[in-house]
Write a new protein. Sequence first.
Length: 283
Amino acid sequence: MSNDFEFRKHMRDRKRKQKIRKTLFMSVGVLALVAVLIFGIRGILISRNTKEDAEFIFNGYIYPQPPEKNEDILVDAVKADGEKKAYLTFDDGPNNSVTPEVLDVLRRYNVKATFFLVGTLIEKNPDVARRLYDEGHCLANHSYNHNYDELYADSETFMTQIQKTEELIKGITCDEYYPKVFRFPGGGYQAGKHGDAKQEYKTAIGEAGYRYCDWNSLTGDAESKSPSADSIIERLKKTTDGKEDIVILMHDAIAKKITAQTLPQVLEYLISQGYSFDTLDNV
């Protein structure tokens, strides 16, 4: 009897130890599988991005996220959705004379716009650039010195100018991920002396995370040295006629006082035509 009891006790102990070992083995296996999955997913994410991008992986998302839209903003801005929208754009600032006058008008009408800024002028007028940002306008990139021959000389020079201006804009916004919006001085069209170079550089700015935008409407404030107020409004009417969405080219350079002077009329006309207003970084 005693031997039988000891034998059963021995078998129970043996089965208990086997169960414990099995449980431990299964736990270790599960943990190993979880580890493999975690590192596998991380490896996939890293392999799809640069080492620098991998450092910004958080909660399964990669920052900054890749662009979801075409690099040409105009493609997405102009759409047939039954809503009339106007994107006011001002090139060649900032300065301490015309730009503040433009801002005063926009504030009075509670309208936001996109300002394509020149890097050297940001350096000269940082307070005006900061006012643009503080009042809710989009600060966009228009090269560092706006000198066509220098800017479009080669890809390296071109991107250096873009990056210098980008750093100046970041210095104003204090935002490392501020939207990258660019306009080619002279427009990005396949025309003129630098037309071919611009097409090549569109790839470079796209790879740098930029979107660029030309225009499909304008006031003609840069088509002559001294345009009249009437010619400004007539040009606007002609180039907006029948268009649901419009990106309007204007200038706030020092010599363009007519732009600030006629801006109330421009806004009144667009409002009368049923347009709402937005900035290009929201496209």
